[in-house]
Ligand binder design. Structure first.
Ligand SMILES: C[S@@+](CC[C@H](N)C(=O)[O-])C[C@H]1O[C@@H](n2cnc3c(N)ncnc32)[C@H](O)[C@@H]1O
Length: 257
């Protein structure tokens, strides 16, 4: 007789995702199926935990590269009544490819993503054409993309990348407004921007066309195989296997054993 894995209730951290099938088994990890809402780069977790506590009928997922931020958010989660949140520790380029199937995410939030001011660093910006294309696959039809930035330069970057994709349209008239909509939680970086006298630009787009990006092309574009160098060999091999399952690898990369 098969047995059902009980969802983890003492911590919002997902089980070791490097061992998980792809896309990740969200219904199992949450202990229920519900529409997924995702925050990328959640920092101290304030935004994610606040919205999850307000809308517990959704499955809230956070992706964050910083381990310290994940641990701080896990303790915030416990102090705020353990709302339905699961945290993924790792790189958003990789986890968006592995973790989610087409049309499975109802909304994605990016709050103050790193602007990477220098031209030679623009390639590190999270919201680039290849990423927007993948988001336009992961979002459900009509799904929402929210991005808040406090830098004019990143605002101008978004004004090129979002309309240029053809997959999204402004959710309400214009691409952005210069203040947060009522009820949109303020984050640490937004607070710092406001205290320094900067304007918050709040983008709200809606998916209008489905994208079918080539996972291999996406993996190449964001150097996913090369970025695995920071993992131990055992983890690297497991993640390579996941990339293969996601269709992102035909053959093992020569740089990997
Ligand atoms: C400028 S901070 C903003 C934090 C928070 N959203 C806020 O508004 O206070 C950007 C966050 O994105 C995370 N981040 C940057 N690149 C990332 C990536 N490739 N994958 C996952 N998280 C990333 C950083 O670790 C950092 O916590």
């Amino acid at each position: 007789m098969g047995h059902r894995t009980e969802p983890e209730t003492r911590t919002p951290c997902t089980p070791d995702w490097t061992r998980a099938p792809v896309p990740f088994p969200w219904a199992e990890w949450f202990g229920r199926a519900a529409p997924i809402r995702l925050e990328v780069g959640f920092g101290n977790g304030e935004f994610l935990i606040t919205l999850a506590a307000r809308h517990p009928d959704r499955n809230w997922v956070g992706i964050e590269a910083s381990r310290t931020s994940v641990l701080k958010t896990a303790s915030r989660w416990e102090r705020h009544g353990s709302p339905p949140v699961r945290l993924l520790h790792g790189d958003a380029y990789l986890l968006l490819l592995l973790g989610f199937g087409p049309r499975t995410v109802e909304a994605v939030y990016f709050n103050c993503p790193d602007p990477w001011f220098k031209k030679r660093h623009h390639k590190h910006r999270l919201l680039q054409p290849g990423m927007v294309e993948l988001l336009a696959n992961r979002l459900s039809d009509g799904g929402e993309l929210w991005v808040v930035t406090d830098t004019q330069e990143f605002r101008d970057h978004l004004l090129e990348v979002l309309p240029g994709s053809g997959f999204l349209e402004p959710a309400s008239g214009s691409w952005y407004v210069e203040k947060l909509p009522e009820g949109y939680p303020v984050t640490k970086y937004m607070r710092e921007g406001l205290a320094a006298g900067r304007t918050l630009y709040c983008f709200h787009g809606r998916k209008v066309r489905h994208a079918e990006p080539d996972p291999l092309d996406y993996a190449r574009r964001f150097h996913l195989v090369e970025s695995l160098a920071r993992y131990t060999e055992a983890v690297r091999l497991r993640v390579l296997e996941q990339l293969r399952q996601a269709g992102a690898l035909m053959e093992p990369h020569p740089a990997c054993p």
